[in-house]
Design a protein around this ligand. Sequence first.
Ligand SMILES: [Zn+2]
Length: 121
Amino acid sequence: MHELSIANSLVENAAEHAAQAGAARVTAITLRIGALSCVHESALRFSFELVTKDTLLEGADLKIVEVPVAIFCEECQREVTLPGIQRFRCPVCDTPGADIRQGRELDLESIEVVEQHAEVS
Ligand SMILES: [Zn+2]
């Protein structure tokens, strides 16, 4: 299950940012996941809960933004977004394209934190 190692590095990354920002804890993180990144959302969510235990991220919301695949179409001379990952053809002119411009993302987009001083309880 490679989602576990993905979750691990994402959480390490987020925890580092949060610590630098002086956060008491992280309430949510947002990930951008490309349609081609081969990440199973349910496995990732499961792994996330495991690896956040006893960290600043424990109990944090995991928000996932799915990024569709985009290819550059030679025919149309522009980037086009594909409706799925089954067919790598331009949805406008039906020309096959292999120039993938987007869809492999696996990025930490943002983290939401509670600052130490703002902690009431
Ligand atoms: Zn086209």
